[in-house]
Design a protein around this ligand. Structure first.
Ligand code: CU
Length: 455
């Protein structure tokens, strides 16, 4: 046998032939953990190696590893999976270890890691470690830095993590098809000193998009722009986990974009700063306050803020991206009186409903018959009724009494007295005023609090 160590150093990623795998048996390959559920699995604190504060993957989980001779060994299995996009709809995707996206890989700056990748897809693949500094031969570009991972074969990638940060993994083989099918995952490298860049809660998700015809379950992979399901970690609202925190906690959200278009991610409530990209951490002196971070294709952004109590929407600001399937092919009907037409059609199609005559809000509340395995275009309900949202939308839920490590949905926010918008019922000429002070536009001085009037 040739000197394997030298071989890996010079050739980069290398195939372990089936013969090698079977001779060495299970002892050679780490167990490939698999996950069948789309609900958030809280990562355990690291059982060995350097300590770190684990990330919480929305509707996801982190990949276990084993340590062998001081090397952390992971095992990814590229394979067809069934992913629940939201309650009521499942999609036939490709992913890793049972889910799309694949499990989050978490390791620590300075770790020597080895990642085995077994290909159970019907075609060749490779894995690129997006943003990770590594030898060129470990970069995962099929044809350029490695031969394809043939069906049924296992490849081995091995490198030392040189910098902490927010990264991803995805195929660099038949990318258009494989990413359109959901092959991707987060790759988080924690700082060697766990006190550096420390936050109280650290969330992560990847922006992805699918074109799945209503009534079907498999994405059309040749679509370039006209996707009809805009998702975070292959989930659409109201199937996306809320981001739960306690008042005053420092919260980080890491977002990567593997769709074909940019997504301006907008958060209501507390202002945030971009503190990291897939190129590393942003120095404090280079940060500025924001409420929207535009995340371009192939980019990652880590944002941080101090949590303030409330239910704060967080969503893509492209309004079509907070809609599910059927949002795009519907003609604009505002102002069109469809009554006589509707009567005629109803004789032919008993379930026919008029759409969009007074705007589209009606569609969020009506129960229109849908094909099987199809999400309503706009959905989700809050304490005040229909939200009229789908797709790339969730809620940052901040409460005063959330325990450390508790990520369960705390329900709807209870607004303190006098802080809730409501129908105006006061006497004409005595409008309600905000109780807080504000700036007098003529003097630019802060006004004294005026207290309540009206009511
Ligand atoms: Cu968007």
């Amino acid at each position: 046998m040739t000197n394997r160590r030298t071989f890996f150093k010079t050739a980069g990623a290398s195939v372990l032939s089936a013969a090698v795998v079977s001779r060495a048996g299970a002892a050679l390959l780490p167990e490939a953990a698999s996950q069948s559920s789309a609900s958030m699995q809280l990562p355990p604190h690291p059982p060995n190696g350097r300590p770190y504060n684990p990330i919480v993957t929305l509707n996801g989980w982190s990949l276990p590893w084993r340590v062998k001779n001081n090397v952390k060994e992971f095992h990814l299995v590229a394979e067809p999976v069934v992913r629940e996009i939201a309650p009521g709809m499942k999609a036939n995707l490709w992913g890793y270890n049972g889910q799309s996206p694949g499990p989050t890989i978490e390791a620590v700056e300075g770790d020597h890691i080895r990642i085995f990748v077994t290909n159970k897809l019907p075609e060749v693949t490779s894995v690129h470690w997006h943003g990770v500094l590594l030898p060129s031969g470990m970069d995962g570009v099929m044809g350029l830095t490695q031969p394809p991972i043939e069906v049924g074969k296992t490849f081995m990638y091995e490198f030392v993590l040189q910098r902490s940060g927010t990264f991803m993994y995805h195929p660099h083989a038949d990318e258009m098809a494989q990413m359109a099918m959901g092959m991707m995952g987060l790759f988080i490298v924690h700082p060697k000193d766990a006190r550096r860049y420390r936050v109280d809660r650290d969330f992560g998700f990847i922006l992805n998009a699918y074109d799945i015809e209503p009534g079907s379950a498999t994405p059309r992979i040749n679509t370039m722009l006209d996707f009809n399901l805009w998702t975070w970690n292959s989930r659409a609202f109201p199937g996306i986990d809320p981001l739960v925190a306690r008042t005053g906690e420092r919260v980080r959200i890491r977002v990567g974009n593997l769709t074909m278009t940019n997504h301006p991610i907008h958060m209501h409530g507390p202002h945030f700063e971009v503190t990291g990209t897939d190129g590393g951490w942003v120095p404090k002196s280079a940060r500025w306050p924001e409420v929207t971070a535009d995340i371009a294709v192939g980019q990652m952004r880590a944002i941080e803020f101090d949590a303030a109590a409330g239910d704060w929407a967080i969503h893509c600001h492209k309004s079509h991206h907070t809609m599910n399937a059927m949002g795009h092919a519907v003609p604009a009907m505002i102002g069109v009186d469809q009554r006589s037409l509707a009567q005629k059609i109803a004789k032919l199609v008993p379930d026919y409903m008029v759409m969009g005559e007074r705007g589209m809000h009606d569609m969020a509340t009506m129960e229109m018959p849908l094909p099987d395995n199809t999400l309503p275009m706009m959905t989700g309900t809050g304490p005040f009724g229909a939200l009229g949202m789908g797709g790339m939308f969730s809620v940052v839920k901040v409460r005063d009494d959330i325990a450390r490590g508790d990520y369960r949905d705390p329900g709807h926010y209870q607004h303190p007295d006098g802080t809730l918008a409501s129908e105006y019922t006061g006497e004409p000429g005595t409008p309600a005023r905000a109780p807080s002070s504000d700036v007098d536009p003529t003097t630019l001085q802060v006004r004294k609090p005026t207290g309540h009037s009206g009511h």
